[in-house]
Design a protein around this ligand. Structure first.
Ligand code: EPU
Length: 306
C-alpha cells in the first residue's frame, strides 16, 4: 500500500501492538497466508484473539499513526516488497450461531463453506452459492462475493463493524449499497455478519451444493495455488471465454500460469513471484484488448510496495 507516510519505526510498531493479546509475527512472509502463495513480508502480522483485540489494534494503530490492512487470504495479490505497517488476519474470529427467524450470525474469520454447511445442517437455504468458495465471511461481505447461484447481498441482513475510532456498530444491509463484487462500506473492519436464510429441506440444500461443487471441480484448477477469478466478467460476456479465445490458456511468466483448465484463473506452478503474476496479468489484458477491444477489470485487489 502506498500511504505517502514514512515507513513506521520499529518502536512505533511495537507500541501500536503492545496491548494485543493474540498472535504477533514480525516480518512474516505473506506468501504463507495467501492462497496464491506469493507476496512479500508484513512489518508485523497480527492475529487478534477476539473483537476486543481487533479494537486494540485499531486504537494502537491510530495513536501511533500506523497504517493497517486486513487480509482474508483470497482474491488479493501482495507485491514482492510486502506491506508496511500492520497486517491483520481475522482467522481467530470463528464464532457462528443460529439466532431467531432463520438468521445466522458468523464472525468475519468463518470460512464461507463452513457457514454454508452450518446452514444446511439446520435446513436453512440461501448460502448454497458459497459452496467451495475459499474466502471468509469478512472478505465475502467486503467484496460482495458471489457466483452464478447468488451473492452476499442476497442474504446479508446486517454487518458487525468496527469503525476507525474503535467503536463497534451494526450496519443494516438496507442502508448499504452493493455493486458487482463490491460493498460500499465506511472505513473500518468487518468483524461479523448476520445473514437472513429461509427454511428448506436438508436434502434440497445438499443436492444444490453437490451439483455446484461438482461443476467447480470439473471447471476450475482447485488443486493448484490460486486466488479465485482474476478478472470481473465484462457485461454480457465472460472473462474466461475471452482469455481462452485470445489463445492465452497455458501462457506463462516464470511460474505464474494462465490455467489450462479455466482461463480466468492464474495458478502458481511452484515458486511464482508477485512480479511474475502482475506481468502475466498485463499480458492478458493487453492481448484481450488488442484482439477483442475489451478492457478487462481486475476482480483481485493488488496491494503492497513495489
Ligand atoms: N469459459 C471458457 N473458457 C474458460 C473458462 C470459461 O470459454 O477457460 C466459458 C464457460 O464455458 C462458460 C463461461 O465462460 O460459458 C463462464 O464460465 P464459468 O461457468 O466457469 O463461470 P465464470 O463466470 O468464469 C463465475 C465466478 C466464479 C464462480 C463460477 C461458477 C466471476 C468472475 N467468477 O466464474 O467465482 O465459481 O462463476 O459459479 O463471476 C471467484 O469469484 O473467485 C470465483 C471463482
Amino acid at each position: 500500500m502506498k500511504t505517502g507516510r514514512p515507513t513506521p519505526t520499529v518502536e512505533r510498531l511495537q507500541r501500536a501492538v503492545q496491548h494485543v493479546q493474540g498472535e504477533i509475527r514480525w516480518g512474516e512472509p505473506l506468501s504463507r497466508i495467501l492462497s496464491l502463495q506469493v507476496g512479500g513480508p508484513a512489518d508485523v502480522l497480527v492475529v487478534p484473539s477476539d473483537v476486543e483485540d481487533v479494537i486494540r489494534v485499531i486504537q494502537g494503530a491510530r495513536s501511533e499513526q500506523i497504517p493497517f490492512v486486513v487480509l482474508g487470504g483470497t482474491n488479493v495479490v501482495v507485491r514482492d516488497k510486502g506491506i508496511r505497517g500492520i497486517v491483520m488476519q481475522l482467522k481467530q474470529l470463528t464464532r457462528i450461531q443460529e439466532e431467531d427467524n432463520q438468521v445466522v450470525y458468523a464472525q468475519a474469520g468463518v470460512r464461507l463453506p463452513r457457514l454454508m454447511q452450518f446452514a444446511s445442517g439446520r435446513n436453512l437455504s440461501g448460502m448454497e452459492w458459497a459452496a467451495g468458495i475459499p474466502g471468509t465471511v469478512g472478505g465475502g461481505v467486503v467484496m460482495n462475493a458471489g457466483t452464478r447461484l447468488g451473492e452476499m447481498k442476497d442474504v446479508l441482513s446486517a454487518v458487525d463493524f468496527v469503525n476507525l475510532r474503535g467503536q463497534r456498530v451494526r450496519l443494516n444491509a438496507k442502508d448499504l449499497s452493493f455493486t458487482y463484487r463490491k460493498t460500499m462500506l465506511p472505513k473500518g473492519i468487518v468483524v461479523g455478519a448476520w445473514v437472513q436464510l429461509t427454511l428448506s429441506t436438508g436434502e434440497e440444500v445438499e443436492a444444490k451444493t453437490k451439483t455446484y461443487l461438482q461443476y467447480r471441480r470439473a471447471t476450475q484448477p482447485l488443486t493448484l495455488p490460486n486466488a479465485g477469478s482474476v478478472f470481473k466478467n465484462p457485461p454480457g460476456d465472460s472473462a474466461g471465454r475471452l482469455i481462452e479465445a485470445a489463445g492465452l490458456k497455458g501462457a506463462r511468466v516464470g511460474d505464474a500460469e494462465v490455467s489450462t483448465k479455466h482461463a480466468n484463473f492464474i495458478v502458481n506452478r511452484g515458486t511464482a513471484t508477485a512480479a511474475q503474476v502482475l506481468s502475466l496479468i498485463r499480458k492478458v489484458r493487453q492481448t484481450v484488448a488488442r484482439k477483442f477491444g475489451v478492457r478487462l477489470q481486475l476482480e483481485w485487489k493488488i496491494i503492497g510496495e513495489t
